[in-house]
Design a protein around this ligand. Structure first.
Ligand SMILES: Nc1ncnc2c1ncn2[C@@H]1O[C@H](COP(=O)(O)OP(=O)(O)OP(=O)(O)O)[C@@H](O)[C@H]1O
Length: 587
């Protein structure tokens, strides 16, 4: 029952719909007791040869009217109760989705996508069932049960009713016992479903890697193992479930036996007549549904309860990146001051950034270089406010970035990672994702600036070409340039390119960077790259190692020093030369 308590907030909002629904359930249940009584009367009249044409006609008219009214009333309760359940699903669905949108990176590091999908589908459906079939089973089993029992007591005989109900308490005891077990089993079943969801999602996303490394057989075996495990757990749920329904049948059977033996003797001793016995047997039959409804109710409630707890846990997770009450609702413009004493990822032991300090005046570009895993992306993540828990401060235009409202701050930034997410939509819509108001001319302009225009004209439907899921129909370089166009269309105050030109050739890279220098004279740009040619023209270049700045200066200054930058520059020049010679020889 605790799930009803947990959903009290919703039933309060929908109280009128549920009250009207339950009222009509009650009317249906009251009407339900009429036909057995009429049939019992008819049988009695037949057995005493007292049946007349008029009484038969009246009985038939009553039966028909009851049928029509029940049809109408059933329609009303269905619309009210199931309509309410649909609204609960809608409310929870949008609540959960909005919550997902607001959560920070730490949340997404802690929860796997498959899990989050399972919560948004399976769990919400289970909760919705509580508000629909659950309420129906609950109200109907009580109402039908009570009205039928009252009819049996008043219209037939209260002693026979009590005797016929002897087996019923057993049902309540077993329901209570099985209910707890079912609750635990459901939790396990839902966790298993999440694991299976995660596996399916990961395998489909990673299908290319799995196939190219020849791991398909192992992956299928792994999947089968998970399916077996899930089936095993679900079998236990079904077994517990299966224990309940046959028990109901057995108990009803016992009740029938009591009725036939004792009811028969009541007829023999003229306590009740044969018509009443027929009515009584019909009433016992009418109790079968409430019994099954109780079984069904436990099932629905336990499933819903386990799901509600899981969803609630998610909804209670708080993002650590939240707006202050007095957060500034203004675009972040001006110089960037990055002063980080130290930053460690949540749950990590090792620092990822130590003593990284720099100022980037508006209109300037800073380059970030260094070995892999030295903190270049981490530095950008802090500017992007993916993580707020660090020692130090970052400010833009003299204002701490934590003091800006997220909805004002983030749209001031244009971020392009090495692998951008593209939506399965047209090229045009992907470019103007950051600004759907952007005109077609602005889209063309952004495509030209990112050196993508010629490629788009080669596509079958030019700007209206669908790029497929995650942009599968485009090359790596085209995807990167499309992501740059998407960032440029919002004309960001600060552009962050995180190895965003790694898949384009040197010439294209040169053209794009040239364009950016022209276009972004009063805005800041941060470029993290492995290819040093990407940062050569930056106003300052930081060389990072193990999260610390080991060298800094302009290209000329760094080339004049012995160190990582000079070594790497020479090495990359040599590689380019060898590549070019290789190309010439091939021609
Ligand atoms: N989300 C994360 N949680 C925990 N540790 C992380 C996370 N992201 C990165 N790290 C760690 O932080 C360090 C810096 O990683 P980062 O991605 O910033 O390096 P990078 O210089 O951008 O590397 P690359 O050139 O390969 O992109 C690495 O040791 C990495 O393992």
């Amino acid at each position: 029952m605790s799930i009803f308590r947990k959903l009290a907030w919703f039933f309060k909002i929908e109280k009128w719909n549920y009250l009207i629904g339950v009222l009509f359930l009650l009317l249906v249940a009251i009407l339900n007791v009429v036909p057995p009584k009429i049939i019992g009367n008819l049988v009695q009249e037949i057995s005493t040869k007292g049946l007349t044409g008029v009484s038969l006609a009246i009985s038939l008219v009553i039966l028909a009217s009851v049928g029509v009214l029940q049809y109408l009333f059933r329609y009303i309760w269905r619309a009210r109760i199931f309509g309410g359940a649909a609204r609960l699903e809608k409310t929870l669905r949008s609540h959960l989705f909005t919550h997902y949108m607001q959560m920070d990176q730490t949340f997404y590091q802690e929860h796997r996508t498959g899990d989050l999908m399972a919560h948004a589908t399976n769990d919400l459906q289970a909760i919705q069932q509580v508000a629909g079939s659950g309420i129906l089973s609950f109200a109907d089993s009580i109402i039908t049960g009570i009205t039928t029992i009252i009819a049996m007591m008043t219209l037939v005989d209260w002693r026979l009713t009590l005797l016929a109900m002897i087996p019923f308490p057993l049902l309540a005891i077993s329901a209570g016992y099985l209910g707890t077990k079912i609750h635990i089993a459901f939790r396990k079943s839902q966790a298993a479903f999440s694991r299976l969801n995660n596996k399916t999602q990961e395998s489909i996303m990673g299908i290319k890697v799995i196939k190219s490394l020849g791991q398909d057989k192992e992956d299928i075996a792994d999947f089968k193992r998970l399916v077996d495990e899930t089936i095993q757990i679900n079998r236990k749920v079904n077994m517990l479930d299966a224990l309940f329904n046959p028990m109901t049948t057995v108990l009803i059977g016992v009740s029938y036996m009591i009725t036939l033996v004792l009811g028969g003797s009541f007829v023999v001793h003229n306590v009740i007549n044969i018509g009443q016995l027929v009515s009584f047997i019909s009433y016992i039959t009418m109790l079968i549904w409430p019994m099954f409804a109780i079984g069904n109710l436990f099932n629905i409630m336990e499933r819903g309860n386990a799901s509600y707890d899981r969803v609630n846990l998610l909804l209670h997770a708080r993002s650590s990146i939240i707006d202050d009450k007095h957060a500034l609702k203004k675009r972040a413009t001006g110089d960037l001051n990055f002063n980080i004493k130290s930053f460690t990822y949540p749950g990590d032991e090792q620092r990822s950034l130590t003593d990284v300090h720099f100022t980037l005046p508006a209109g300037h570009t800073i380059g970030l270089v260094g070995r892999v895993g030295t903190g270049k992306s981490t530095l950008m993540k802090l500017i992007l406010r993916e993580f707020d828990d660090y020692k130090g401060a970052i400010s833009v235009g003299g204002i701490n970035i934590k003091d800006y409202a997220l909805n004002s701050y983030l749209p001031s930034l244009g971020y392009v990672p090495e692998e951008s997410f593209l939506f399965s939509d047209t090229i045009k819509n992907n470019i103007r994702f950051g600004n759907f108001e952007a005109s077609d001319d602005a889209v063309i302009e952004a495509a030209k600036k990112s050196d993508l225009y010629a490629d788009i004209l080669d596509q079958p439907n030019q700007f209206d070409t669908e790029v497929g899921e995650q942009g599968v129909s485009l090359s790596g370089g085209q995807r990167q340039r499309l992501a740059i166009a998407r960032a440029l269309i919002i004309n960001p105050e600060m552009l962050l390119l995180d190895d965003a030109l790694s898949a384009v050739d040197g010439e294209t890279e040169h053209a794009i960077l040239q364009e950016l220098r022209q276009e972004r004279k009063d805005k800041t740009t941060i470029i993290a790259a492995h290819r040093l040619s990407s940062v050569m023209n930056a106003n300052e270049i930081l060389v990072l190692d193990d999260g610390k700045i080991i060298q800094r200066g302009t290209h000329a200054e760094l080339m004049a020093q012995k160190g990582w930058y000079q070594d790497m520059f020479h090495r990359q020049q040599m590689e380019t030369k060898i590549e070019k010679e290789g190309d010439l020889n091939a021609e």
